[in-house]
Design a protein around this ligand. Sequence first.
Ligand SMILES: [Fe+2]
Ligand SMILES: [Fe+2]
Length: 313
Amino acid sequence: MDNLSASAFSPATPPTLSHNKNSHRIEKAMNIEKRYIADVDRLIPRPDIALDVLCLAQDSSSSVAELAEKIEHDPNMTANMLRMANSSYFGHMQEITSLQDIIVRLGLDMVKVLAITSASAGILTSPQEAYDLEPRSLWNHSHACAILAEIIARYAKLENHYTIYTAALLHDIGKVVLNKPLLSACAARKTDRKFSSIIELERFMLQTDHALVGAALLAAWGLPESITIPVARHHTGGGMTPDRLDVKIVSLANFLVESIGIRSLMPESFHFNVDEFLRQNREAPEVSNFSANMASIMEEFFSRFTGADLILA
Ligand SMILES: [Fe+2]
Ligand SMILES: [Fe+2]
């Protein structure tokens, strides 16, 4: 799990990511990361249908029937999406029985959310030993971040807050890629050195980190910069990119979920004290309308996450 120390928001620049916001620089910086994702298809199957659904849903000329047909190619995804759509998370009284039903009643944005959530659950539920993550721990953390980031984005009046949901859902996907290399590197290179964060350990052992590798993987899958940039920078807090609200929101959601301690705990045992948080975490990124609405945001988050936790049961 991500380290909770102040380094999560340290202004230190990652070794391979320049201050320059230019996307070409980021692409150039991704050479090391490419090495780690070269073989990734065997490790993480590309979620083709979810990615196609995201593209189709983006295209205003695609029809509801086309979308439904694409999703129906994957019976697991269809079943997952129906279960999610009928969960308390969405709070619908009337049962949703078909994909067309989901599209018509919940809308295209929700279809995108359900498709990417379902596909991600399959990727993120495996244990990641190098990070001391048990089965489902990374999924719980990622799903919690996604829900919270989407709520924060809505309060911040950021357009397209479902893109933020996807970025937050996938922000730690690089851990799945680096799990084995990190295990091997730690076994081969014994050191007494103390690391203040998992990012520092990764950079020492692998010359890159899970944020950059995750972004490189998502770029290779064809996801846009609106998703890859918040993923690449989720441990830099947006401090060096003050204009990017999306980076700040994903970083803040990650920080908050870490603070609450969501991992494999049951939602009832979560604890969050707004005053205490504001007192102790002055370094958290500032996001408009967050501090003033923190209590309402966290209340909505807890009620939605409790429902979401049952989705893949
Ligand atoms: Fe992370
Ligand atoms: Fe994280």
